[in-house]
Design a protein around this ligand. Structure first.
Ligand SMILES: C[S@@+](CC[C@H](N)C(=O)[O-])C[C@H]1O[C@@H](n2cnc3c(N)ncnc32)[C@H](O)[C@@H]1O
Length: 286
């Protein structure tokens, strides 16, 4: 018996609807092009979802991609959990048996397996749609760089906004998260971007502890809008085109949980214009 995965909030369906609308539009836009079309779902899951809060049952990204009316030439699914990867294969065997030959499932880490897929494809003759849908900070910046250098992949990335915010404490004591944040954002600029010297002079500044220099205390100086703009600007350093209309998904207490971003690796102004028009239209209209 299969076990559906439980995760997400009420943004899960919204995320999947946005992504599926883009996927359908993408396949129509490329239908008369000479390129082969490749789908990559790097955090694929099982194809079935039960949301944790709403008790809803939804078709996951893998099932939605396979069920689209127009088809990709090949589908790559990556899933770290071997049981889930097995359930995904069972679902494909029973619900999409005619498509088995155009599907490859990799069990392992998304960063490693994606690097393998990217290097095995000749991107002069192929175009890709990539879904990065991690639970948290699993996507390495080097993976995004690798995707961007194909110049041929459109990517939807569910950026782990709340995980990043949790690693940026108000008191500037981010030491234990530094490596993780550097890996997530790809450089060290976030320290200056999100922190400033504490303007409040305290007794601790007048009588610093041994080893602590005068004036060294840092405090956070960043709100969610600022953090969102920084994430988009970071993506803009490697992708030639990034939607400004990334959607923030919030929990029931209105706290930002994820930032759903769209980026285009193509350098063709025509391809960028079309992809951005489709993505922005979907992101702007609920
Ligand atoms: C949010 S779920 C993805 C759901 C899927 N997109 C869907 O719509 O059904 C994240 C999935 O990534 C898997 N995962 C976690 N870490 C991973 C990693 N480093 N590489 C690949 N998959 C990973 C989890 O087991 C889980 O199934």
């Amino acid at each position: 018996m299969t076990t559906s995965q439980k995760f997400g909030g009420n943004w899960t369906e919204e995320k999947l609807n946005i992504f599926t609308r883009y996927l359908d539009a993408y396949l129509i836009a490329l239908q008369n092009q000479k390129f082969k079309k490749i789908y990559i779902d790097a955090f694929a899951g099982t194809g079935e979802i039960e949301t944790r809060d709403g008790g809803q049952y939804l078709a996951g990204s893998a099932k939605r991609a396979l069920a689209s009316e127009k088809k990709f030439d090949h589908y790559y699914f990556i899933e770290a959990d071997s049981q889930k990867a097995g359930e995904l294969q069972d679902m494909i065997n029973s619900e999409f048996p005619q498509m088995r030959r155009s599907v490859t499932i990799f069990c392992g880490d998304a960063n490693d397996k994606l690097a393998g897929i990217i290097s095995s494809v000749d991107w002069r003759f192929n175009r890709g749609l990539l879904f990065l849908d991690p639970y948290a900070t699993q996507v390495h910046w080097t993976t995004l760089e690798n995707v961007a250098q194909t110049k041929s992949i459109d990517v939807w990335y569910l950026f782990p906004f709340s995980a990043l915010e949790r690693m940026l404490p108000k008191n500037g004591k981010y030491d234990k998260w530094e490596d993780c944040i550097d890996r997530l954002l790809g450089d060290s600029g976030w320290r200056e971007e999100f922190y400033k010297k504490d303007p409040q002079m305290t007794l601790f500044d007048l009588f610093p502890e041994p080893g602590q220099n005068d004036g060294e205390r840092m405090v956070k100086d960043a709100n969610p809008d600022h953090i969102k703009e920084y994430i988009l600007s970071r993506l803009g350093t490697i992708f030639p085109c990034v939607s400004k209309h990334a959607r923030i998904f919030r929990n029931s207490r209105n706290s930002p949980m994820f930032l759903f971003c769209f980026a285009i690796a193509s350098e063709s102004p025509k391809a960028q214009g079309l992809a951005l028009r489709m993505a922005d239209y979907i992101l702007k209209n609920k």
